[in-house]
Design a protein. Structure first.
Length: 883
């Protein structure tokens, strides 16, 4: 096995495709070398070394030391320096790099190779004493923090005390002598903390740093991040060792980060930040405020001069050229890290840039229009889940806003919620069902859980490329970062903003698109669905096979879903129509009646209401298919709860309260989910199904008249286990259709079908299909009944199941393809074998989940049905599934 891959000087042993072995950073450093970009030479120690290290009780492969020596020598030849040479030292950075980027996970060590001897050589060679000692103090601080585990704060304290004493404001105010004095203090600190001196031997330093990278793969932060992002532990991390280039060599040097397009809006304009006379982390650390890369951005942001474009025009021109090369080469928006040393540009990293859902859309559409990618690629690129943030409301521009602070618009969208200061609080309040805004000084990977729970994130420090900003954009959560005017006192649970103390639990609103922090809750408005969104959806619609319908019962949901492109209703839950004001009493009368006569009297009151509901839905759907499910839930769900409610129903029925209470008690069940519900209601009380069927057919006649379009209702019978059940209920429906036809003189076209939501129904799908004209897989119930887990009780243990890897994901979120999925496939096959052209759909929550939609495509379903806000997600996911 080869453990080490070199790169630099226009060539490399690795390439872009080798990210599993070299990690993302290593593969791209190799690729940038291959295409002739200026990359400081270096080498990558592979992820296989990491795997070997953990498989062998933290020992390296025996050949590793030799390969590293050889690679160091090669870097030395390219740079004309030698690692550890006291007269002409090669300095390196040691950088981690896993397959998937893990922001902030493992810290980089810069300037490695410096010691009391080499620092003098660097000073002499550069003729810049200050630069040499600045580099040395950086190295001691970083190395001590990352490798020796001496807390960063100790060094900060010494530095801050010194600056205060000298009356300095910025780190750049310190002179060579100042840094030299601090280095001595730093070394004493290390000696005191560790009981041994700071390591002077460059090789000891190097192996210390390599070891720290590999160990950090198993630190708590990394483990949490991996489990949240579902990154397998077995992947391991690579280590990159690379010749240093110096952005801290005075005014003609700088370091920066940039995106080739705007990661918030997607605008095709170079976007980024840089700092003159600084090294790597300074840009993201928020110690000094970075400057924009381009002059346009500087002016737009009202930032003080200079931009990189003005300050170093030559390096800027070269940088601009390279960003274009990179975009064309990778055919995607890139996130780039670079350094300018004495006017010369060096590329230190490139990767596909994280972006908001909005940016993702715009970039995909524009790149397809530019001819960089195909339309199908554009469709494939956009994460359907990321559309979510576009479909959700933003702040109503007409609503009054009381601004209490302003920061950077780090991740767009808006959210209101209770202020919390820690991850624990965020999770607790969120699980109590209330939205939260996580307020932090700055965030680090330790805050990931809180960020996940939060509706929005507010930080005092950090720029557009800070940890909070990057993570929030990735998750599509609004974030305001760098709100410098606020004060965060987490210990006391107080946020000072806008001249007021906001306590834990107070409500604030964030506008991640403007960077505003607002008092209280602010009204939201519906999203804009034209432009790139419409274009991409049109491309997606041209590529998909499955239809996308919606689950809707109210006119507003139905209208919303049509705006989102729904091609019909796949599930209208009629029971939801009975909870409304003015109906629930009639419904209760029906349920509590002793006999059929009493029930029919109550049903007669419900009929016109149901008919009006259905007519409205048919009219909104204007000729598109509408599947209406007969009453499904256990009757006890409709029972009156309070004495007042009982009295109201008693008065309406002219019955005694005591009698009603007794009847209610009779209806209570041990296990309602498997109780008196679904078609069992229609079997026991056929008059309910008859009323509903009449309402459906009469509404169809009326809507066909009013819209001039034929209406073909699909009447769906729930919770069928046997063909006999469906036969009985279907007979009633058909009889009612005949009655309505006779009465109205209008010939009806309709279908009767069933839900497949019990394992027995799936198994006997062949015979059920003799009666059913369509199947709709009710995968919520099918999941409950197949796995034997009640969804409402699963919360107590399902998390543990997922953690322990028993389920890869919550089977109620993403369909269990192996188990529940096998029943779906089997029922689809048996059903279609019995009835050619049997229409198949899915109407559980899974209908809006991209992974489940891909499964539905493979099972050959005709359509998926999901909640209105998921319709665009489903359209895109269905297209991707068909690609
Ligand atoms: P991360 O994965 O956290 O971004 P990196 O390994 O990319 O960590 O290092 C962080 C920063 O350190 C880089 O963006 C760059 O500015 C700086 N850096 C890393 N290696 C070098 C190097 N060889 N020369 C100069 N700067 C470097
Ligand atoms: Mg980096
Ligand atoms: Mg069901």
């Amino acid at each position: 096995t080869k453990w080490v891959y070199g790169f630099g000087d226009g060539r490399a042993e690795g390439e872009q495709g080798m990210r599993n072995l070299l990690g993302g950073k290593g593969a791209n450093l190799a690729e940038m070398s291959n295409i002739g970009l200026p990359v400081p030479p270096g080498f990558t120690i592979t992820t296989e070394v990491c795997t070997h290290y953990y498989a062998h009780d933290r020992h390296y492969p025996p050949e590793l030391a030799g390969e590293v020596e050889a690679a160091l020598a090669a870097v030395g030849r390219i740079t004309g320096k030698r690692f550890g040479d006291p007269a002409n030292p090669l300095l390196v950075s040691v950088r981690s790099g896993a397959r998937a980027s893990m922001p902030g996970m493992m810290d980089t060590v810069l300037n490695l190779g410096l010691n009391d001897a080499t620092v003098a050589a660097v000073a002499a060679a550069s003729g810049d004493e200050r630069f040499a000692w600045d580099s040395y103090r950086r190295f001691i601080t970083m190395y001590s923090d990352v490798v020796l585990e001496v807390d960063h704060a100790h060094f900060e304290e010494i530095l801050e005390d010194f600056k205060e004493h000298k009356g300095y404001v910025l780190d750049t105010d310190l002179t060579a002598a100042d840094w030299k004095g601090l280095v001595a203090k730093y070394k004493t600190l290390v000696q005191e903390e560790l009981g041994k001196p700071f390591p002077q031997d460059p090789h000891e330093q190097l192996w210390g740093a390599i070891g720290a990278v590999f160990s950090s793969w198993m630190n708590a932060r990394a483990i949490t991040y991996r489990s949240l992002q579902q990154i397998p532990e077995s992947w391991g991390t690579a280590v990159n060792v690379q010749a240093m280039v110096f952005g801290n060599r005075g005014e003609s040097s700088a370091t920066g980060v940039a995106f080739t397009r705007n990661p918030s809006t997607g605008e095709n304009a170079l976007y980024g930040e840089f700092l003159i006379n600084a090294q790597g982390e300074d840009v993201v650390a928020g110690i000094r405020t970075p400057q924009p890369i381009t002059e346009t951005a500087r002016i737009a942001g009202g930032m003080p001069a200079p931009s990189m474009e003005k300050a170093m025009p030559q390096a800027f021109a070269e940088f601009k050229r390279i960003t274009h090369v990179l975009e064309q080469h990778y055919r995607d928006m890139q996130d780039i890290e670079f350094t300018v040393e004495a006017g010369k540009l060096w590329m230190l990293q490139t990767r596909s840039g994280k972006r908001t859902g909005k940016a993702s859309l715009r970039i995909a559409v524009e790149m397809a229009n530019e001819g960089v990618i195909t339309r199908a690629e554009a469709v494939a690129r956009v994460d359907p889940a990321g559309l979510d943030q576009l479909l959700h409301p933003t702040l109503d521009p007409k609503a009054a806003r009381q601004e209490i602070a302003r920061g950077l618009p780090a991740s767009p969208g808006a959210a209101s919620g209770e202020i919390v200061f820690t991850s624990e609080e965020a999770e607790a309040v969120k699980s109590a069902g209330r939205p939260v805004i996580l307020v932090r000084q700055e965030t680090s990977p330790e805050d990931i859980k809180g960020m996940l729970a939060a509706a929005g994130i507010l930080t005092r420090l950090g720029g557009m490329t800070s940890h909070a900003a990057v993570v929030a954009r990735g998750w599509g959560k609004p974030c305001v970062s760098g709100a410098g005017s606020i004060r965060v006192d987490a210990a006391a649970g107080v946020l000072h903003a806008g001249g007021k103390a906001w306590r834990r639990g107070d409500i604030i609103t964030l506008d991640g698109s403007t960077g505003q922090v607002l008092a209280g809750k602010v009204a939201m408005q519906q999203p804009e669905l034209s432009g790139e969104f419409a274009t991409l959806m049109e491309w997606a619609d041209g590529l998909r096979r499955m239809k996308v319908r919606t689950n809707a019962e109210t006119p507003s949901d139905a209208r919303q879903a049509r705006q989102f492109g729904a091609e019909g209703i796949g599930l209208c839950r009629t029971e939801h129509m009975f909870f409304e004001e003015g109906r629930i009493v009639a419904m209760r009368e029906m349920i509590l009646a002793d006999d059929e006569k009493g029930r029919r009297a109550a049903l007669a009151k419900l009929l016109p209401m149901q008919r009006a509901d259905f007519r409205q839905l048919f009219e909104i759907m204007s000729g598109l298919p509408v599947t209406i499910r007969l009453l499904d839930p256990p009757l006890h769900e409709f029972l009156p709860h309070t004495d007042e409610e009982v009295a109201e129903v008693a008065a309406a029925m002219g019955a005694s309260e005591a009698k009603l209470k007794a009847r209610a008690l009779e209806l209570s069940e041990f296990n309602p989910m498997l109780g008196f519900r679904g078609c069992r209601l229609a079997i026991a009380y056929p008059e309910i199904a008859e009323m509903q069927a009449r309402a459906i057919f009469e509404a169809a006649v009326e809507a066909a008249r009013s819209t001039g379009k034929p209406v073909t209702p699909e009447v769906m019978v729930p919770l069928v286990a046997t063909k006999a059940e469906l036969d009985l209920v279907k007979a009633r429906i058909v009889a009612m259709a005949e009655a309505v036809t006779r009465e109205s003189g209008v010939a009806l076209s309709y279908q009767v079908g069933t839900m497949i939501e019990l394992p027995r129904a799936a198994l006997r799908a062949g015979e059920i299909a003799a009666t059913a004209e369509f199947f709709s897989f009710g995968t919520n119930d099918l999941t409950q009944t197949t796995i034997g887990i009640s969804r409402d009780d699963a919360a107590a243990f399902l998390g543990t199941y997922v953690q322990k890897g028993i389920f890869a994901v919550d089977p109620f979120v993403s369909i269990d393809q192996e188990g529940v999925g096998e029943l779906v496939k089997l029922a689809a096959e048996r059903g279609r074998a019995a009835r050619a052209g049997l229409k198949l759909g899915i109407c559980g929550e899974h209908g809006g989940d991209p992974a489940s939609i891909a499964f539905c495509e493979s099972a050959g379903l005709d359509y998926v049905s999901c909640s209105p806000f998921r319709v665009p997600i489903a359209r895109l996911a269905a297209a991707q599934a068909a690609l």
